[in-house]
Design a protein around this ligand. Sequence first.
Ligand code: AG3
Length: 287
Amino acid sequence: MSLDRETWFTEQCDEGGTAFSLKIKRRLHSEQSKYQKIEVYDTERFGKLLVIDDFVMLSSRDNFVYHEMIAHPALFTHPSPRNVLVVGGGDCGTLREVLRHDTVTRAVLVDIDERVTRVSEQYFPELCESNHDPRAELLFDDGIRFVRQSGAKSFDVIIVDSTDPVGPGEVLFTEEFYSNCHRILGDHGLLVQQSESPLYHLESIIKPMYRHMRAAGFHDVRSLQFPQPVYPSGWWTYTMACRDRTISGFREASAAAKRFETVYYNAAVHSAAMAMPEFVHKALVNA
Ligand code: AG3
């Protein structure tokens, strides 16, 4: 059965030999920015959909999983996160979650493409609701250069909320980038990056990421897994690296007593997300 192009948006995934479609009402926005093609669709059941270069970035309906899981596990693992850097994440959903932590005194977001933020302000205002928080700084610049030029030990947590490792996001998956991240992280500093599907990208992306992070000097690397219905395979990971010590747990009591609302994240989900399925564990233990 072929899907009518008028009523369905489809993302094809070559690595999986799969495609995922959402029934759409109409396309609300389309532009070619200086860096990429940005589109917004109104879907039948998933709210609005942000698409960059034909890849699904987020939907109104399920982005809470992605954004809560990229921010809270790292922020509840660091003993006292104050200065946080978000690289990419121009839709600002990650920044909003970071700013829920009252230990955070400064959150810098550096995305190369200002148009992603402007489009998100228009179509996903809920994700941008903390952009005017006095602790937030939005910079539209090259994240690689920003990290290269930042001073030693200037951040406690770095969150890389990138696209797939193709196009402008590719350089964010390299050892050189991780070395600079390592240098600008303070004591017990953590780097966390979206690391694609455990089912499709274990060998091609997650394993090399472990190698590059370790080669860059990170002492320990661990992945977390969670469902993400709109991404290829519906199953996704983040990979977290600690600058100078083993990631053995998190501030569980603080997470359990968190003073902000979440939809997906809680202390039990955090513990569960750290548990590695057998095939993932085997692949990564000696990566
Ligand atoms: N970041 C994109 C994650 C990768 C999606 N990949 C895909 N659809 N093939 C999302 C940014 C959300 N802040």
